[in-house]
Write a new protein. Structure first.
Length: 150
């Protein structure tokens, strides 16, 4: 089970890494009133592809998220792993996946549609980047806690 948990966490971190390769384009413009249009166009194009045009491939990511939560719940319920490992891992995974499902995915779909004015797209791109950094921290927490304490 430990191997499956670390594999799922690693998979989600790898997917996130690809997202961040596009998201990071907002960083040089963090003090500007808006992200330049060519940057939002690049990020929006990526999110249109991965959230809409690549369907049903995105379902694999959701499946891995649900499997990770189920595996962590099973790990906590069956014992054999220090309680702190299960509690920290499950809390971090629930927080990360809730953020992704509740906030990041809808924002990425919206940005990918490019139906909003540029100023709104700029806010969406910055918000997605920030939320992805939080998601990365949470998923790294799951992975490290599992590797160290599991």
């Amino acid at each position: 089970m430990h191997a499956a948990i670390t594999a799922a966490a690693g998979f989600l971190i790898a997917v996130l890494w690809f997202d961040l390769m596009f998201d990071v384009q907002v960083v040089p413009h963090r003090h500007a009133p808006a992200v330049p249009e060519d940057v939002t166009d690049s990020i929006a194009s990526y999110y249109r592809r991965v959230t809409t045009e690549a369907s049903p491939m995105g379902r694999l990511i959701a499946l891995v998220m649900m499997c990770l939560l189920a595996l962590l719940a099973w790990q906590a319920a069956r014992g054999g792993t220090p309680a702190w490992v299960s509690v920290v891992s499950l809390a971090a995974a629930v927080a990360a996946i809730s953020l992704a499902i509740g906030k990041v995915v809808p924002a990425a779909v919206r940005l990918g549609s490019q139906r909003d004015p540029h100023a709104t797209q700029s806010v969406l791109a910055r918000t997605i980047f920030r939320d992805h950094v939080v998601f990365l921290g949470l998923m790294l927490t799951v992975l490290i806690v599992q590797l160290v304490g599991g």
